[in-house]
Design a protein around this ligand. Structure first.
Ligand code: UDX
Length: 436
């Protein structure tokens, strides 16, 4: 069996790495020639733990990487994993997936097999039937359900654990009619992920499951962030103890209750906006989802307000930001709250120096020489008047008085409560901690 993966971003390249390292005959395809050239040498275009290991293993086996779409002509399964970014108004931008589907449709004409096309990209409900399917049938002159299969197969992996999540997903969702293609798909996934629940449903429900998942996660984060703001007004209150305790209630669950600067990244903010936009167009008033978004946006203002509380006017103040990646173990800064924070602080004419173990290069692409970059945390803190911890990189947990020694003013704003247990000779403020 031959498998094609179209679009080599986080989802596509993780899938390529996992399947090819297991010995499947995989061809990974991306229109970006330079990206392909890099991947062929076993190097990932972005940092993701364990990804390169699998990729190198795959390349020693049967894995091919190419920008040539005609290679999918001989595939039995084709996974579509291209990005679905957002338009300025928050609605989903389907231009990339339409183009990819168009090309796949043309190649279907020549495909002598009856392949199954799995769409992993996140798309708003109705897209598969109203947009993807008609394009494929028109371009290929073939019929879905008869000449080829088309299955919605949303992806739930998280960056920084993408390989583990690809190998061990919590669920497999397959959306389509009950056709012979669905039977084949089910057998494939049962073998790939034994003991993982497989949910078989229709396209629209599968599309909506993905949005339900991400909007619920965003809701949990905004909920705990709002509570953390209340805690800050209660001397001695600690949001982590509260989260830990309510998390023990099985009806609530312990994950995604980590208060912080708000949710960022390439998925939650974009998917929330796309869902709200889609619902509003459908005549639904999204009161709850709007509030989740609003709490998230305002969380940044909380951080600025804490900074001002300590430094007064921020013009010319030297501020260190620790962590610009939207979460640890990634170099991804897309929709990172730290990046938004720096933009706001620059508008207030603050002087910024940043440190991040992996995301400096990406951060430079946004700010160039408007800010300073430090190779070590100690350099980043030297002569600074305030440090704001944004990303919970493990190494920041080790910070101690020695590191803070050379700060001009020892003000620490800890958005992730990483140093809460330490006896530090600093003026310490943390999100979710009521100052006594
Ligand atoms: C998310 C979904 O989790 C995943 O299922 C989907 O497939 C893609 O989108 P990802 O973007 O990799 O994954 O990041 P995630 O780990 O969900 O974190 C998103 C943001 O929420 C980060 O900014 C993170 O710092 C923040 N977050 C997460 C919190 O502030 N608190 C938490 O408890 C959890």
């Amino acid at each position: 069996m031959k498998i094609g993966v179209v679009g080599l971003g986080f989802v596509g390249l993780s899938l390529t790495s996992v399947l090819s390292s297991k010995g499947y005959d995989v061809v990974g395809i991306d229109i970006d020639k330079e990206k392909c050239k890099k991947i062929i040498t076993g190097i990932s275009p972005f940092f993701e733990p364990e990804l390169e290991k699998g990729l190198k293993k795959g390349l020693k086996k049967k894995l091919k990487i190419s920008d040539n779409f005609s290679l999918i002509n001989s595939c039995d399964f084709i996974f579509v994993t291209v990005g679905t970014p957002q338009n300025m108004n928050g609605s989903i931008d389907l231009s990339i997936i339409k183009k990819a589907i168009s090309t796949i449709g043309q190649s279907l004409k020549k495909n002598k097999k009856k392949p199954i096309i799995f769409v992993k990209s996140t798309v708003i409900p109705g897209t598969m039937k109203k947009i993807i399917l008609p394009i494929l049938e028109k371009k290929s002159n073939k019929k879905a359900g008869k000449d080829f299969g088309l299955i919605s197969n949303p992806e739930f992996l998280q960056e920084s654990s993408a390989i583990r999540d690809t190998k061990f997903p919590h669920v497999v969702v397959l959306g389509d009619y009950q056709t012979k293609f669905m039977k084949k798909a089910k057998i494939f996934f049962m073998k790939l992920h034994p003991n993982v629940p497989i949910i078989i449903t229709n396209h629209e429900t599968a599309e909506m499951i993905k949005y339900a998942n991400n909007s619920f996660l965003a809701t949990k984060i905004s909920f705990i962030n709002q509570l953390s703001n209340i805690c800050q007004k209660i001397p001695g209150a600690n949001i982590d103890d509260i989260a830990k305790t309510i998390g023990l209630d099985p009806r609530i669950g312990k994950l995604f209750l980590d208060a912080g600067p708000g949710y960022g990244g390439s998925c939650l903010p974009k998917d929330m906006k796309a869902l709200i936009n889609f619902a509003n167009i459908s005549g639904i008033n999204t009161t709850l989802l709007n509030a989740v978004e609003e709490v998230n946006t305002k969380q940044l203002e909380q951080i600025i307000s804490l900074t001002k509380q300590k430094l007064g006017n921020l013009a010319s103040k030297k501020i260190t930001i620790l962590g610009t990646a939207f979460k640890p173990d990634t170099d991804d800064i897309r929709d990172s709250i730290a990046i938004e924070l720096i933009k706001k602080l620059l508008k207030m004419k603050a002087k910024i120096i940043i440190h991040d173990p992996k995301a400096i290069e990406n951060t430079k692409k946004v700010f160039g020489d408007k800010i300073n970059y430090a190779k070590t945390v100690r350099d980043a803190l030297s002569k600074s008047q305030c440090v704001i911890i944004m990303t919970q990189w493990k190494q920041y947990k080790k910070l101690n008085n020695n590191e803070f020694k050379y700060m001009e003013k020892k003000i620490v704003i800890d958005c992730r409560r990483m140093l809460i247990e330490k006896q530090l000779d600093v003026d310490y403020l943390a999100i979710g901690l009521g100052k006594e």
